[in-house]
Design a protein around this ligand. Structure first.
Ligand code: SF4
Length: 77
């Protein structure tokens, strides 16, 4: 699984970082989220899925089919 944050949608609600702090970090300046790494290990996958479901902006993008680490790092805009 790979995960990214769409910077165009993220509004800095912080829910993702509270639910899956190993996978999401918030920018000190604007509070927007990015991923610590696109790769999600199997043990972290359910927390990331919970973060996806909790994001009110639909800003978290998950690719369940891609090999870990094959996507862009952090966020995209
Ligand atoms: S929950 Fe969604 S909108 Fe809020 S910081 Fe995370 S990605 Fe951004």
């Amino acid at each position: 699984m790979n995960v990214w944050v769409d910077a165009r949608r993220c509004q800095g609600h912080t829910l993702c970082a509270m639910i899956a702090p190993d996978h999401f970090v918030l920018d000190d300046i604007d509070g927007h989220a990015s991923t610590t790494s696109p790769a999600v290990a199997a043990e972290g996958a359910e927390r990331v899925r919970n973060a996806v479901r909790s994001c009110p902006e639909g800003a978290i993008v998950v690719d369940e089919s891609s090999p870990n680490g094959s996507g862009p790092k952090g966020s995209f805009s």
